[in-house]
Design a protein around this ligand. Structure first.
Ligand code: 4NP
Length: 156
């Protein structure tokens, strides 16, 4: 963890409809439960723009709702150059996301960049893309994101 106390985190996946919207919702909830959400900016984006403006995937909305979270008002957006100075930390869900984030880092970008599980848990594991999977894959993604968020929240 390069910074001891980040105040802004951007979660990034490929489409910004499955994993990173869940991470945004779960991380905000975990910080809120701990009273650590004051002045904290949490957002999410995708490396591609295929779903720009759309709500999260209905399966991500469903698994979030199952655990008491409403992420349905989020809208998909693509990662943009300004994100690299706006956010302290930009976290990719898998190695492909991480490579895409690094490639887009503009000159003068100041954000620390890493893979979510590696930064949060010290585990070099990917949060797998559930897009072509079933509800059990979304459940697994939710659990992985919750564990990583609980650990990351300790640093705020
Ligand atoms: P995400 O999942 O990166 O977790 O949002 C995906 C969403 C859409 C696509 C792929 C992955 N897609 O190919 O449209």
């Amino acid at each position: 963890m390069p910074r001891t106390r980040p105040s802004s985190v951007l979660f990034v996946c490929l489409g910004n409809i499955c994993r990173s919207p869940l991470a945004e919702g779960v991380m905000m909830a975990v910080l809120g439960e701990r009273g650590r959400d004051n002045g904290i900016v949490i957002d999410s984006a995708g490396t591609n723009g295929y779903h720009t403006g759309e709500a999260p995937d209905r399966r991500s909305i469903a698994v979030a709702a199952k655990y008491g979270l409403d992420i349905s008002a989020q809208r998909c957006r693509q990662l943009e150059p300004a994100d690299f100075t706006k956010f302290d930390l930009i976290l990719g869900m898998d190695r492909g996301n991480l490579a895409a984030i690094r490639r887009r880092m503009p000159a003068g970008g100041t954000a620390d960049i890493g893979m979510f599980s590696a930064i949060a848990l010290g585990k070099d594991i990917e949060i797998p893309d559930p897009y072509y999977g079933g509800p059990e894959d979304f459940e697994q993604v939710y659990r992985m994101i919750l564990a990583a968020s609980q650990s990351l929240a300790e640093r705020f």
